[in-house]
Design a protein around this ligand. Structure first.
Ligand code: F6P
Length: 472
């Protein structure tokens, strides 16, 4: 039987070390939550890093056994690899470059060497698992070299690649000393997928400029193969969110929250701690709302969940300090005995409580300065079982291409964000319902299962097309 081997840097389960030993928890982030619903089907396996440095062989065996029982195969990284490949090249070079923060991007040869070596390590782990008929589906920017490495070892393999972050303008790729190698790495796949048509166009332009390979309707001719490039906007497991939102337990949670915030309008903000998410800009906009529209003082609260992330990378540490200070300043200025303007949580929430927060929110404020897709926007929509609530969404999130019934804003334009917040808080119920109904129709239809099917069908098609070209 042919299976799909999913490969990503991080597994959907992460291992934590506590006083009681090793514990297992769901991972954060769009990729893990998005694909978490589908990988267990049909004997599929997910290969990736369990998120913790484990060097003791007995512990490694324990982790492997636990994860294997849940269809996962761990790739263990050494402390140096975590530093140079994960924090270094992946999150210190590629992440800022691909999100247009190239002023933060490190260009460090040691990090690059580690990136190559870890991609090779993943390659070996996949080769040990994958049979000749298996489909290999590689995910995200940490593994850009892997498709070509796998192709070198298995010329006939079916290999798909999907990028979960933006693909930037060719001008940014040109600045990277390793740009051509990264593009060649990706072209080892049969199908390369992006969230939006815009990212796909940037990729094709980079391939044309840096490798001299033109394309025709998304088909790139390399020396020996044809590679298909296409856009696949990722969805969520809509039913899981909608059903959980309608459950007794979640309704009870929501009631508890409401009792703690009687009569309050709730503006919700949920992100991993990241400079791409526009968290500081959002706080400044909320501060301006309170300043310019004093009628919302004591009437609206910003409920802000920031999930800890990449805390060993310098920029993330600085951002945490900046956010703490901003929240402190705004709360100190506007708080009353009965009202706290910003309810700030620096932690992740269990699934049911997260869904209760989505239910509770009158407004979701999703304002990244750059974001490949942003699944939080879609999760909020799926949880609004009463079709009420307003989504304010950054036009620079991939999701904005689909969710045109949201209030779309420029995340660096404070005035526009303040106006959108005011409009959202005043929006008549009928308009909320009309917009939310459209948004739900779309997010329900193009869910994560439809996304996977579309990608897999295109991958199968690209293989058939390749075969026909070979016969010619
Ligand atoms: O979606 C981008 C992404 O980097 C995913 O690859 C990852 O699952 C998520 O963000 C969280 O990042 P990290 O694995 O570095 O915690």
């Amino acid at each position: 039987m042919s299976r799909t081997i999913i490969v990503s840097n991080r597994l959907p389960t992460k291992v934590l070390r506590s006083e009681d030993g090793l514990t297992f928890q769901p991972s954060e982030g769009g990729l893990a939550t998005g694909l978490g619903s589908i990988y267990r089907a049909d004997g599929n396996v997910w290969v990736g890093w369990p998120g913790l440095f484990v060097d003791d062989p007995t512990e490694q065996a324990h982790v492997t056994q636990q994860l294997q029982a849940d269809s996962m195969a761990p790739v263990f990284l050494t402390e140096n690899e975590i530093q140079d490949y994960y924090e270094g090249f992946s999150n210190g070079t590629l992440w800022p470059t691909f999100h247009y923060f190239s002023q933060f991007a490190l260009h460090n040869e040691k990090h690059w060497q580690a990136y190559v070596a870890v991609n090779e390590k993943f390659c070996q782990a996949v080769l040990e698992l994958a049979g000749p008929d298996d489909t290999i589906w590689v995910h995200d920017y940490q593994l850009l070299l892997l498709p070509a490495m796998l192709r070198r070892e298995r010329p006939e393999a079916t290999i798909g690649f999907f990028l979960h972050i933006p693909f930037p303008s060719y001008e940014l790729i040109r600045v990277l000393p390793w740009g051509p190698q990264l593009l060649e790495g990706l072209l080892g796949a049969d199908l390369v997928g992006f969230h939006t048509f815009g990212y796909m166009r940037h990729f094709l332009s980079a391939v044309a400029h840096l490798l001299g390979l033109p394309n025709q309707n998304g088909l790139v001719e390399t020396a020996d193969r044809t590679v298909l490039v296409d856009a696949f906007p990722m969805g969520i497991d809509y039913q899981r969110y909608a059903e959980t939102a309608a459950s007794e337990a979640v309704i009870k949670h929501e009631r508890t929250y409401r009792e703690a915030l009687p009569g309050m309008r709730v503006i919700l903000s949920i992100d991993r701690l990241d400079y791409t998410k526009g968290i500081a800009e959002r706080l400044l906009a909320f501060e301006q709302l309170l300043k310019r529209h004093p009628e919302w003082r004591g009437q609206a609260s910003l409920l802000m969940v920031v999930v800890p992330s990449r805390d060993q990378v310098a920029q993330y540490q600085g951002l945490k300090v900046e956010i703490d200070e901003l929240v402190g300043r705004i709360n100190a200025k506007y708080s009353t005995i009965a009202w706290t303007p910003i309810q700030y949580f620096y932690r992740s929430f269990p699934f049911g409580e997260l869904v209760a927060l989505y239910r509770l929110a009158d407004v979701a404020l999703v304002t990244p300065v750059r974001d490949g897709m942003n699944l939080v926007a879609k999760e909020f929509i799926a949880c609004k079982t009463d079709q009420r609530g307003v989504l304010i969404l950054s036009e620079r999130a991939g999701a904005a291409r689909e969710l045109s019934d949201a209030l779309l804003i420029n995340p660096t334009d404070t005035n526009q964000m303040v106006a959108a917040l005011h409009e959202a808080l005043l929006m008549p119920k009928e308009e909320q319902t009309a917009r939310m109904t459209h948004l739900q129709d779309l997010v329900r239809q193009y869910d994560v299962f439809a996304w996977t099917k579309l990608f897999m069908d295109r991958l199968a098609y690209s293989k058939i097309k390749q075969h026909l070209l070979d016969v010619d």
